[in-house]
Write a protein that binds this ligand. Sequence first.
Ligand SMILES: Cc1cc2nc3c(=O)[nH]c(=O)nc-3n(C[C@H](O)[C@H](O)[C@H](O)COP(=O)(O)OP(=O)(O)OC[C@H]3O[C@@H](n4cnc5c(N)ncnc54)[C@H](O)[C@@H]3O)c2cc1C
Length: 365
Amino acid sequence: MSRLSRRNLLHSALAGGLSLGPAGLVGAQRTDGGSATGASIAPNSAGSPPPSAATAPTAPSQWRNWSGIHTCRPATWHVPGTVDELAELMRRTPGPIRCVGAGHSFTALVPTPGTLLSLDRLSGLRSHSTKDGRGDATLGAGTRLQVTSRLLDAQGLGLYNLPDIDAQTLAGAMATATHGTGVDFGALHTDLLGLSLMTPRGQLPQCSPDKLPEVFAAAQVSLGALGVLTEGTLRVRPRYHLQRRVWLAKTQDLLDQAPALAAKHRQFELYLLPFTGYGAAITHDEVPVGQVQRSSAADEDVLRDLRRLRDWLGRWPALRRWVAQRAIDPNQTEAMTDVSWKLLSTQRPTRFNETEGHVPRERAA
Ligand SMILES: Cc1cc2nc3c(=O)[nH]c(=O)nc-3n(C[C@H](O)[C@H](O)[C@H](O)COP(=O)(O)OP(=O)(O)OC[C@H]3O[C@@H](n4cnc5c(N)ncnc54)[C@H](O)[C@@H]3O)c2cc1C
C-alpha cells in the first residue's frame, strides 16, 4: 500500500465524509469508465457526445447526470444552433421543457419525460472590454467554465473565482449558485452584470440591475425554472497568477487556526480527513504574473488505498483508525504557482454524490 497523500485523502474526505458509514466510501464508486470530470458533457448517455443537429433524432434515448444517480428518457432532445432557432422551438414545443447544462448537478433538476434542451451550440465569447483593471465579458450560456477560462485567458482576462471543478456550463453554474471558496467572493452569479432570458413565448428580454431588475434577480439563480438563459455578461479582471499551498495538521489545530487563516489568505479551505486525526489546509494567494511552479499528485492511487482500507477494515473502525493514522504522512506539503484557473479548479475522475450544507461561521465547530 502506498503512503497516503494529502490530495488523495482530501478527495476521499470529500466523497467519504458525506457517505461514510457501514457502506464506507459510497460516493467513490465509479458509475462509468472513469473519464475525467471535464469530459462529462451534456446531453450525455454513458458519456456520449451531444448530438449536433438542432433536433437530434439520433440522440441517445437516456440521459443521466454526472454521478449517474439521476436518469431520464426525454421524449425529445433539442440542441438549437441559433437564438432564432431556440425562439422557434420555444414557441412550438409543448411543455415540459427542461434545460440541461453539463449534467453535473447532484439534485434532480434536469430529468424530464418531455423535452430536454441543451445550449451546447450557443457557446463562446461574444464580446469583452476592459478599462482601468476592470472588465466585462459576454458569453453564450452553454459555454463551459473551463472554456470560459481559456477564452478569457487568450484575451488577457480571468474570472475572479471558480468552483472545485470547471466542467459546468455558465447557465448551469448560475442557475444553482455555484461557488468557489474565499470570504471575499460571492457565488458565480454575483459576477453577472446582465443576461438574456428566452421566455416560453420566444421573447428574449435583456435583464440587468437597471433593466427589469426583478427578473434579473430571479434569473440569476433560477434552477432552470424561469426560461432559458442564452447569454450572460460577467465581471472579469486581468489574468492573474495564484500560489496554492497545501499542508496537513492536526484537525483541532487547524480548526483553531481557521479564522486567522481565512483572514490572512485570499482563499482558505479546510478538509477533515476521516479516521486520520488530520485535516488538510489549502490556501490560494495572488502572486506576480509569470511565475509557474507545478507538482504532480497521485490522487487516484491513494484513493484506491483508502478504498482498500474501507473494504478490508470497514467493520473495525478502531483498527481502521489505527492503520489510517499510521499510513498518513503528516509532513507532506504542496506548493504550486500558475495562472489562476489552472489552480482554482481540479479534476474529479472518481464519481460520487454530494450534498452541501451551509452554517454561519460563528456557529461552526
Ligand atoms: C465533481 C463536482 C464538483 C462540484 N463542485 C462544486 C463546487 O465547488 N461549488 C459548487 O457550488 N458546486 C459544485 N458542483 C455542483 C455544480 O456546480 C452544479 O450542480 C452546477 O449546476 C452544474 O452545472 P451544469 O452545467 O452541469 O448544470 P446542470 O446540472 O446540467 O443543470 C443545473 C441547472 O441549471 C439549469 N440550466 C442549465 N442550462 C440552463 C439554461 N441555458 N437556462 C436556464 N437554466 C439552465 C438546469 O435546468 C438545472 O436546473 C460540483 C458538481 C460536481 C459533479
